[in-house]
Structures are given as structure tokens and as C-alpha cells.
Write a protein that binds this ligand. Structure first.
Ligand code: TXE
Length: 480
């Protein structure tokens, strides 16, 4: 099957006619091809977006909102179809795609369909000056959205929905590793009546297609989610061109566990925060820090729970852990297990590839727990982005906080305690954009989402996203 670019409401071949193979991670087979788009394809997408902008930006909020809602409904109606496509493309359990990825993609459109009707320009009477100040929030024009492979449709729509809700037209690129649901979204948008050119989806490699979007002089804002190195590279191109930038990058998130927590809740959630989506979520708690008093108990219970997880074909209903997204990524994750051994880390569970019956060429890895004693080891400092967590103990609150903050990243942290004073002391001092207390990945789409330090700049979600995708203009009117 050949995936095509979606430009000006039409599915078209890349100008060069070149295609790249796309793999099914559950069995290692090539199952589709995607356009290897070049600067010319991006230019075409830009022209379509530019042409659509004057009308779309002036379309009433009510109409925009209705179209976004319609897209949300169509995604919901096609849940099984889209979840199956996502699972095949990404390797994630079908059950996860059905429960999380696709419902969230629909929710992204529904949320911004509502949010845009509540997002307003502001006016301030400047008392004493006979003046009124108006702050208009105007759409930027043509914006670029570039998304990764771990939560394909979920993250793709998380950018596109606020961008178009705010009146912009979009040139978007999904990851070349997981292009399928983005391709299917094009059809859904046409069916929902989204005018031609409002959303244009260009497929291809990061270094060519992605870079063409970032360096296009008239694409004025870039919203990117992906690796920290890529984010830095994108910033080096976009910043001198004075583009607005939102960068959601990697994480090395601490999961801090105190002995006064609700132990059973903590244990169950920690299994999820460690290994959900094969550990390929930027919010996974990959550094588990446990208070010394319960360390041995936790270790034994955690190993037991993790050993019960089933690694298997994503389409089997009892599979907990599916395939990693690509051969290349599997190799990267495995290399960290080797590094652990060289650094003196002790593998408590896992560490090996899994041969899944009838899918022997798939990219399966056991959930892996490694005990470390030094937070400066590479395993605790570098993002692995796979089913590999480290555990280590701490003695005091102060030590826990120091360990938690001792990383270049600052995306999220999880804290398990029932002590209110400790909760406030620690959460206020954690240098992360998000802190969960006694829970993990509980998302309210109104909240700001994003990280500090090497985890990126800017916030997505709620009005933050609508502010990003608009330019604020102040008009000051003096009257007699
Ligand atoms: O991501 P890339 P990769 C982390 C994770 C992973 C590492 C590398 O640690 O192991 O990044 O993964 C596009 N100009 N995360 O290499 O390259 C690319 O085509 C413009 C964390 O697969 O960052 C894709 O669409 N675009 C992360 C998107 O960027 C470029 C999720 C992300 O790919 C580009 C994914 C360029 N020069 C990986 N180069 C998270 N924060 O959730 C690449 N791209």
C-alpha cells in the first residue's frame, strides 16, 4: 500500500516519485510505503495553506468549532479501524490504542472545538488616561507541526487541533516511522468538511521533509515533539528566523516513593508508569527512587508484578507489552542494557529480547529492571525511551529531592506520599514542568503541558496552546 501526501484536500504522490519503506514492528515486515517528500512538496503544501488562510482565519468560531467537533466524532466512530492501524504501525498493544491513543485523538479535537469558543481577546480600560487597550489574539498564518512515533495520532492531533481552531493553516509531518493514522486523518478531515488547504500533511524523513518545514521562511511557528537533540537542531534553524517555537522533548523522570504512601496503588501505578507503551512515553517514570525503609519490600513486589506482564503480539488481547517501534530503536534500547552491565548496574529482571511465536522477526524486549547506586551513571542520565527502568534507594527527603533534580531533563516527576507538608515542600522544589502526586499521567487537557531544562520550551494544552498559535497585538485607543 502506498501512502500519499494530503495537500489542498487531495491525496497526491511526492513530486520526485520516491517512496520509503514502512515496517510493521510486530513482525518486521515491510507493509506500506510513504512519500519521500522534498522541499518542493513542502512548498506545495505551504502554497495550499497560504491560499486557504484568508478564508479560514475569518471563518466564524461557531463554524470552526463545528468542523472540529465533526472530526472528533468521525475519529470516535472509526475507533476500531484507527486503533488497528495504529497498533500495526507502531507495535503497541491494540488494547492500548483502543483505550488511550484513538479516544485521546478524538478528545483533542473536541477539547479545542470547545476551547476556541471560550478563548477571547482582552480589553483593559486604562483609567486616568482616557484610553482603552485591546489585546487581540490573531492567528499567525501558516504554521508547522512535527510529531513523533510513540503516540502517533494522539500527538499529531494535539498540535493540529489547537492550530486550526485558532484560525491557522497547517503544514504537518508525522513521524516517518508511524505515518499511517496521520494519512487516515486526511480523509477524515475532508469528510468532516474541513476546507481544502487548512491542513496539509507531508510525509517523509526528518532531515529532509521535517527540515524543509522548519527552514521554510514563511512558516512562522513550529510546534515540535521529539528527541532533545532534534529539538536543539530545529531551534538552531528556527531561532535566527525569529519563528515561534514550542519544543516538547525528552525526559528522565523520577518516580519518588516514600514509605507513607498507599502502597498497593503505588505498586500498580508504578508498573504502568514504567512500562506503558513499552516505556516509550516521554512521561514514563524511568528512575524509580524508593525510601530505604521499604526498598527491599518494593523490590521484591515490583519484580513479581513485572514478571507477570505478557510480552506478545500487539493484537492478542492479553498482551501487556507489544513490540518496540523499530529495529533501530530496539538496538538503541538494548545498548543501554549493555551499558548498565559495564557501569556496574545489576539487572534484577529482564534484559533480553523475546521471540514471540509466529512473529519471530518482531522487535520485542522484556520489561527490564536495573538496580543502580549512582545517579550519575548513564542509565540514570540519558533517555532510553524503552521498557527499561532503574531503581535506587534514598534515606532522606533532601536526598530524594537532590536525586530527582540531578538530571539535564525537567519534564515530569511523580511523588508517592500521604504527608501534606512533604508534598508541598517537594513539589515546589522539583524542577519539572509537571508533578503528579499519588497518580501518573492523569491528564486534564486544560492544564499546561511541557518541560523545563533540556525537556523543552513552551507549554501545550488549554489556552496555552491557543496562545502559542496566536500573535498577541495590543491596540491602544485614546478618546477625548
Ligand atoms: O526522534 P526524532 P527519533 C526521543 C527518544 C528517542 C530519541 C530519538 O529518546 O530514542 O528521541 O528518536 C522529525 N527537522 N524521543 O530519532 O528524530 C522526525 O521525522 C525537522 C522522545 O525517532 O526527534 C519525527 O517526525 N524534523 C520523544 C520527529 O522529528 C525532524 C518522542 C521526531 O523524531 C528533524 C520521540 C529535523 N532535522 C523520540 N529530524 C518525546 N518527547 O516524546 C527529525 N525530525
Amino acid at each position: 500500500m502506498k501512502i500519499k501526501n494530503y495537500i489542498n484536500g487531495e491525496f497526491i504522490n511526492p513530486i520526485s516519485g520516491e517512496y520509503i519503506d514502512n515496517y510493521n514492528p510486530s513482525n518486521g515486515a515491510i507493509y506500506s510505503q510513504i512519500p519521500n517528500s522534498s522541499n518542493e512538496d513542502v512548498a506545495l503544501a505551504y502554497q495550499a495553506a497560504k491560499k486557504a488562510f484568508p478564508n479560514w482565519s475569518k471563518t466564524s468560531l461557531d463554524k470552526r468549532s463545528k468542523i472540529l467537533s465533526k472530526i472528533a466524532t468521525l475519529i470516535e466512530e472509526k475507533l476500531d479501524f484507527l486503533a488497528t492501524a495504529e497498533s500495526k504501525d507502531n507495535g503497541k498493544p491494540l488494547s492500548l490504542a483502543k483505550a488511550i491513543d484513538i479516544p485521546r485523538a478524538s478528545a483533542n479535537f473536541q477539547f479545542f472545538a470547545n476551547a476556541i469558543t471560550q478563548f477571547s481577546s482582552e480589553a483593559h480600560e486604562s483609567t486616568g488616561f482616557n484610553a482603552v487597550n485591546i489585546t487581540l489574539r490573531e492567528p499567525i498564518g501558516v504554521v508547522g507541526c512535527i510529531s513523533p512515533w510513540n503516540l502517533p495520532l494522539y500527538l499529531f492531533t494535539w498540535k493540529i487541533a489547537p492550530a486550526i481552531a485558532a484560525g491557522n493553516c497547517v503544514v504537518a509531518k508525522p513521524s516517518e516511522v508511524t505515518p499511517m493514522t496521520a494519512y487516515l486523518l486526511g480523509e477524515i478531515c475532508s469528510e468532516a468538511g474541513l476546507p481544502k488547504g487548512v491542513l496539509n500533511i507531508v510525509h517523509g524523513l526528518g532531515i529532509t521533509t521535517g527540515q524543509a518545514i522548519v527552514s521554510h521562511p514563511d512558516i512562522k511557528a513550529i510546534s515540535f515533539t521529539g528527541g532533545t537533540k532534534t529539538g536543539a537542531h530545529i531551534a538552531s534553524i528556527a531561532a535566527p528566523m525569529f519563528k515561534k517555537l514550542s519544543l516538547e522533548l525528552g525526559g528522565k523522570n523520577p518516580n519518588i516513593i516514600f514509605d507513607d504512601c498507599n502502597y498497593e496503588d503505588m505498586l500498580e501505578t508504578t508498573v504502568k508508569s514504567s512500562f506503558a507503551n513499552q516505556g516509550q512515553i516521554c512521561l514514563c517514570g524511568s528512575r524509580i527512587l524508593v525510601e530505604e525503609t521499604i526498598y527491599e519490600r518494593f523490590k521484591a513486589d515490583f519484580i513479581k508484578k513485572v514478571s507477570e506482564l505478557k510480552v506478545g503480539n500487539p493484537f492478542e488481547t492479553d498482551t501487556n507489552i507489544g513490540a518496540l517501534v523499530s529495529k533501530q530503536h530496539l538496538e538503541k534500547v538494548k545498548s543501554y542494557i549493555d551499558i548498565a552491565e559495564q557501569e556496574g548496574g545489576k539487572t534484577l529482571f529482564g534484559g533480553n529480547e523475546v521471540a514471540v511465536k509466529n512473529s519471530e522477526k518482531g522487535y520485542y524486549l522484556q520489561p527490564t529492571i536495573i538496580e543502580v547506586s549512582d545517579n550519575n551513571c548513564r542509565l540514570n542520565q540519558e533517555e532510553i525511551f524503552g521498557p527499561v527502568v532503574t531503581i535506587m534507594s534514598f534515606k532522606t527527603e533532601k536526598e530524594a529531592l537532590e536525586l530527582a533534580n540531578d538530571t539535564q531533563y525537567g519534564l515530569s516527576a511523580t511523588l508517592w506520599t500521604n504527608n501534606l507538608n512533604r508534598t508541598m515542600t517537594i513539589t515546589k522544589q522539583l524542577k519539572t514542568g509537571i508533578v503528579w502526586v499519588n497518580t501518573w499521567l492523569l491528564r486534564d487537557l486544560r492544564t499546561p503541558f511541557g518541560g523545563t531544562k533540556a525537556s523543552g520550551v513552551g507549554r501545550e494544552g488549554g489556552f496555552e496552546a491557543l496562545r502559542f498559535f496566536t500573535e498577541a497585538k495590543n491596540i491602544c485607543i485614546k478618546y477625548e
